[in-house]
Design a protein around this ligand. Structure first.
Ligand code: PGA
Length: 239
């Protein structure tokens, strides 16, 4: 199966021209580009090969498209803009926006009902991992159970240990692959499992060489076109 690379731009870049430039530079098959909301429509129009992603979506998706939810964006709106994938449950949203598993579960079901492919992020904090990989698996299992309750639709899991995100300290790939295999045994139907957390061109191969790691969710390194293109090239060689 083709490996998948998700470019998660988070709250970057500042302007639309920069966003379009970056999107064009990263516009390759097997890539999902996830700009911040203000740029989603325009970046989507600029892409020819990459798929368009969003970094979040609300849990209500009124069929008529609207509702009294100030500041929110519905899965149906995103779908109409050409978005195919939506990242849900990212640890930064769990932390800064107080998203709970219950909220994430509602979002997962609404996004799937609207026909979006969900990239669900799960991963344990440092104090859990310190106590061993078994504890990390149990933590992830609880997240998966809660976040996916009653969910039916297209699903990709991004395993992202919280302590590895944006720290320059990626996971140990030998342990990542064990957790990826564990996720594939636990979730039915078997999803694709990506790794995320300080992925760069220097460590891409260490993770993606494993058949059970189906790609990567890339934050910081996806903001540098040259660096991200190197990650794409390395990934292509592995499949
Ligand atoms: P990072 O972010 O690549 O900057 O660590 C990963 C992520 O957003 O999940």
């Amino acid at each position: 199966m083709q490996k998948l690379l998700i470019a998660n731009w988070k709250l970057n870049p500042l302007t639309l021209p920069e966003a379009i430039r970056l999107g064009r530079a990263e516009d390759k098959k097997g890539v999902v580009i996830s700009p911040p909301f203000p740029f989603v429509g325009a970046v989507g129009k600029a892409l020819r090969y990459a798929a368009l992603g969003a970094q979040d979506a609300f849990w209500e998706s009124p069929p008529a498209g609207g509702g009294p939810y100030t500041g929110e964006v519905s899965p149906a709106m995103l779908k109409k803009l050409g978005v195919r994938y939506v990242i849900l449950g990212h640890s930064e949203r769990r932390r800064w926006l107080g998203e709970t598993d219950k909220m994430i579960n509602r979002k997962v079901r609404a996004a799937m009902a609207a026909g979006l492919k969900v990239i669900l992020c799960v991963g344990e904090p440092k104090e859990v991992r310190r106590r061993g990989i078994g504890r990390a698996m149990a933590y992830v299992k609880n997240q998966l159970r809660a976040d996916l309750k009653g969910a039916r639709g297209s699903l990709v899991i991004a395993y992202e240990p919280i302590w590895a995100i944006g720290t320059g300290k990626p996971d140990n790939p030998k342990e990542t692959v064990e957790i990826a295999r564990f996720i594939k045994r636990f979730v039915r139907p078997r999803p694709r499992v990506l790794y995320g957390g300080s992925v760069t061109s220097r460590n891409t191969k260490n993770f993606l060489q494993y058949k059970d790691i189906d790609g990567a969710l890339v934050g910081g390194a996806s903001l540098k076109a040259v660096e991200f293109k190197k990650i794409i090239t390395i990934t292509k060689k592995l499949q």
